[in-house]
Write a protein that binds this ligand. Structure first.
Ligand code: NAD
Ligand code: FES
Length: 290
């Protein structure tokens, strides 16, 4: 059981009727053992139900908590956001899972690029590079001002922060790929770490390619077991099949087949929408229990 210590709504997307939530939960062992880049899988029902992977957004080993940030995209995340409040407990959290980020001392800039909800998983990676003394330049982007979060957290974890919005409502009017190209052109960038929607990561890779700067991308496929058994998280990387849960979640961006990944990620979209719709009707009628 993992008690919820803090709950905050970070944004609400009117267009898509989706919210982003921050939960700080008790998880002392995970907080002690996790490293930047690793993730957890949670279940809101102890014995059955969907298993949802989420990269750890923050943690404190001394205080024994981890932070998760999620978007309400389906029935499980919708129920979590409505039915679970401070003082309640999430019954199952498994982790830390996956390979940690490779963090080493660099001469040049470590360029962290986060888009939308992808800003949350980028946070501990920027923190780890910053703590080691690397020069971390971070670019964070959202479609509009209301959807942007973690600005202060990312500023604290970076030597320099650049904020962009697609519509120019806050920061500079640009997609995250624009500052990425400018920095690669003018500065000595040793590595790019890009996390966000797959289409964003695909375009970050395309933007980095002419400069030959190594780029790491973190993939968030559907997962079930998280231990390399079920195969549902498989992706094509460098022409080979890889499992995001055990071989990743981070991969060399130049080798990831993003088109194949995006196509696989749409496989259950209709069912996800239907389950979310039924869940909303149930929640409105007070019929859905956690
Ligand atoms: P979004 O669509 O609002 O995009 C966020 C930002 O990404 C944009 O503001 C823009 O700066 C950039 N971007 C998007 N498309 C781009 C393009 N074609 N070229 C250049 N830049 C582009 O993102 P969102 O709604 O917050 O994200 C939801 C998606 O993120 C879901 O698909 C979810 O699966 C994914 N996600 C990924 C991770 C991960 O670990 N990779 C974590 C959480 C969420
Ligand atoms: Fe089952 Fe990765 S989640 S193999």
């Amino acid at each position: 059981m993992h008690k919820i210590l803090e709950k905050r709504q970070l944004s609400y997307d009117r267009e898509r009727d989706q919210s982003v939530f921050y939960y700080k939960v008790e998880a002392p062992e995970i907080a002690r053992n996790r490293k930047a880049g690793q993730f957890i899988i949670f279940q809101i029902d102890e014995d059955w139900g969907e298993r949802v992977p989420l990269t750890i957004a923050d943690a404190n080993a001394e205080e024994g908590w981890i932070a998760i940030v999620f978007q309400t995209v389906g029935a499980t995340t919708r129920k979590l956001s409505v039915k679970f409040n401070v003082g309640d407990s999430i019954p199952v959290i498994v982790g830390p899972l996956g390979r940690p980020t490779h963090i080493e001392k660099k001469d040049g800039i470590v360029l962290c690029v986060g888009g939308g909800v992808g800003i949350a998983p980028l946070h501990p990676i920027a923190q780890a590079h910053h703590k080691l003394g690397n020069k971390v330049v971070t670019v964070i982007g959202a479609r509009t001002k209301e959807l942007l979060f973690f600005e202060d957290e990312m500023r604290d974890a970076s030597s320099e922060l650049i904020v962009v919005t697609d519509d120019g409502s806050y920061g500079r009017k640009a997609l995250v790929t624009e500052p990425l190209k400018e920095l690669c052109d003018k500065e000595k960038v040793d590595e790019i770490i890009s996390i966000g929607p797959p289409i964003m990561m695909k375009f970050c890779v395309a933007a980095a390619r002419p400069f030959g700067v190594p780029i790491t991308t973190s993939l968030n496929t559907i997962m079930i077991d998280g231990t390399g058994m079920c195969g549902c998280c498989r992706v094509k990387v460098g022409g080979e099949t890889k499992f995001v849960c055990v071989d990743g979640p981070e991969f060399n961006g130049y080798e990831v087949d993003f088109d194949n990944m995006m196509q696989r990620m749409t496989a259950f979209k209709d069912k996800e929408r239907e389950a979310d719709h039924k869940c909303r009707i149930g929640l409105d009628a007070g019929k859905v229990s956690a």
